[in-house]
Design a protein around this ligand. Structure first.
Ligand SMILES: [Zn+2]
Length: 412
C-alpha cells in the first residue's frame, strides 16, 4: 500500500505523553488532517463502516532511533571489538569509502530501506565526515519521507587522514547544510552538530561545534563513557578536566539540546550533572553487549527523571530494530538487578525517544500529534490483554514483522 491515509481503524497501543505508561485501544478510529496531524482518536462505534485498516496487526507510534551511524550500514556485525580496536579495524576503513558520493547515495537508500522495514520513523543519525555523503543522506531521507536529525561526524584528530577535517572546513560545510536542509518539510529534517567523541576532537573543534549549535538551536550528539580505555584516553587528552562529562561542559556541548550515547561508566557526580543540565541519554544496549562495553543502569537513569531514548547504534549494534534494542534493554536492566517494565520499554522506544530528541509532537497516538505510525503483525496469542501484546512485540524475535511504516499518515 502506498497512500496517504486520513482514516485508520485498528488496535492501538498509545503511549502516555508524560509518563512511562501505555494504553490499549482495542478498536480505535483515528482521523488525520491534510497536514498529517491526528485530529481525533475514538473507540469505533458498533455501526462504524470503516473496515479494520490492517487486520491482525497492532498500531504503535513510529519507533524513534536516537543513535545510529549511517556509514556503518555495511559493517554491521563486525566482531572486532572492543571499542577502540573496532573503530580502527572495521569502522574507519568503511567510513573512508563515503568520500565517494555515488557510494554514499547507494548506501543511503539501503539505510532508509532498513529504517522503514523496522517501523522507524524518526532517527538521530551520524553521517560520515564528508559533506558530499551527508548531502546524499539528507536527499535520501527527504525523498523517502523519513524524519531525522543528522550532520557531519566531526573529527579533526586521532583518525585516518581521509576522515579528519579541520574545524573551519567542517563548519563551512555545516553552514551549507543548514541552509539547504535544516527545517526542511516543516521540520521533518534537521541539521545536528556531532563531535564524534572527545578523543577525535580538538578543543577548538568542540567549541566551534557547541557555539554553532547554540546559535542555530541545533541538536548536539556525541558519545560518553562507553569503554574504560576510551575514558582513560579522554582524560589523558584533556588533562584539565576532572571527568569525561567535564570535557563536553567546558566546550559548550552539554546543554538541554544534547544527547549523549552509552553512559555506562559515569560517576555519581556526572549523573547529577546530567540531571542539572537536562542532558538526554541514548541507551544502546545491543551495541554495548556486542562490544563488551558493559550495561548502562537504565532504572537508575529513569529514577533520576532523565530523558532517555533507545538507540540501535548501528553498526556496533547488530540490528535496525528498536524493538530488539528494547529487548536488549530489558536484559541489561536485569543485569543491574533493576528490571524495567516492558510497557516502559515500549514507551522509551517511541515517546521517550521523541522527548530525548526534543520532538514534542511525536511519539503518541493522540489528537495534536503527528501521525507517524508503525503497524506490526501480531502472532497468534493466548490472550489479547495489553501485557501479552507488548511482550510479543518486544520479546518474540521470530514473530511480528512490520507491515507498514507511516510518517504524517503517508505509508512509506
Ligand atoms: Zn555510536
Amino acid at each position: 500500500m502506498t497512500a496517504t491515509l486520513q482514516t485508520i481503524r485498528g488496535c492501538v497501543l498509545a503511549p502516555d505523553p508524560d509518563h512511562q505508561r501505555v494504553s490499549l485501544l482495542p478498536d480505535a478510529l483515528l482521523r488525520i488532517d491534510d497536514a498529517g496531524v491526528i485530529v481525533s482518536v475514538e473507540a469505533a462505534s458498533a455501526d462504524c463502516d470503516v473496515p479494520n485498516t490492517w487486520p491482525g496487526a497492532v498500531i504503535v507510534p513510529g519507533f524513534v532511533d536516537v543513535h545510529l551511524h549511517f556509514p556503518q550500514t555495511r559493517v554491521i556485525g563486525s566482531a572486532s571489538g572492543p571499542l577502540l580496536p573496532w573503530l580502527e579495524r572495521s569502522v574507519f576503513p568503511e567510513e573512508q569509502r563515503f568520500a565517494d558520493d555515488d557510494y554514499a547515495a547507494t548506501v543511503a537508500d539501503e539505510f532508509c530501506d532498513a529504517l522503514i522495514a523496522q517501523g522507524t520513523t524518526c532517527a538521530a543519525i551520524y553521517s560520515s565526515s564528508h559533506p558530499g555523503a551527508t548531502e546524499r543522506l539528507f536527499a535520501a531521507l527527504a525523498r523517502r519521507g523519513l524524519r531525522a536529525a543528522t550532520g557531519l561526524t566531526l573529527m579533526d584528530r586521532h583518525g585516518p587522514a581521509a576522515l579528519v577535517r579541520s574545524h573551519t572546513d567542517a563548519l563551512a560545510a555545516s553552514e551549507g547544510l543548514l541552509e539547504r536542509w535544516h527545517g526542511y518539510d516543516r521540520g521533518r529534517l534537521q541539521l545536528s552538530m556531532i563531535p564524534r567523541f572527545a578523543i577525535s576532537c580538538t578543543p577548538e573543534l568542540m567549541q566551534a561545534a557547541g557555539t554553532f549549535a547554540a546559535s542555530h538551536d541545533l541538536l548536539i550528539q556525541s558519545h560518553i563513557s562507553e569503554n574504560l580505555d576510551e575514558i582513560a584516553k579522554t582524560l589523558e587528552l584533556f588533562p584539565g578536566q576532572r571527568d569525561y562529562l567535564g570535557v563536553y561542559e567546558a566546550h559548550g556541548c552539554a546543554t538541554a539540546s544534547t544527547i549523549l550515547a552509552h553512559c555506562i561508566h559515569l560517576s555519581d557526580h556526572e549523573w547529577s550533572r546530567f540531571v542539572s543540565r537536562d542532558l538526554a541519554i541514548a541507551h544502546c544496549p545491543d551495541s554495548n553487549f556486542f562490544l563488551g562495553s558493559g550495561a548502562m543502569p537504565l532504572a537508575a537513569a529513569l529514577d533520576r527523571g532523565l530523558r532517555v531514548g533507545l538507540g540501535t547504534d548501528v553498526g556496533a549494534g547488530r540490528t535496525f530494530s528498536v524493538r530488539r534494542v528494547a529487548a536488549a534493554a530489558h536484559d541489561a536492566a536485569l543485569l543491574h538487578g533493576a528490571p524495567v517494565a516492558p510497557q516502559a520499554l515500549l514507551w522509551l522506544a517511541t515517546r521517550g525517544g521523541a522527548r530525548a530528541l526534543g520532538r514534542p509532537q511525536l511519539g503518541c497516538v493522540a489528537p495534536g500529534f503527528e501521525a507517524d505510525l508503525a503497524v506490526i503483525d501480531l502472532p497468534a496469542l493466548g490472550s489479547s490483554d495489553m501485557d501479552t501484546i507488548i511482550d510479543a512485540l518486544l520479546f518474540r524475535h521470530d514473530a511480528g514483522p512490520v507491515r507498514a511504516t507511516l510518517v504524517r499518515g503517508r505509508v512509506l
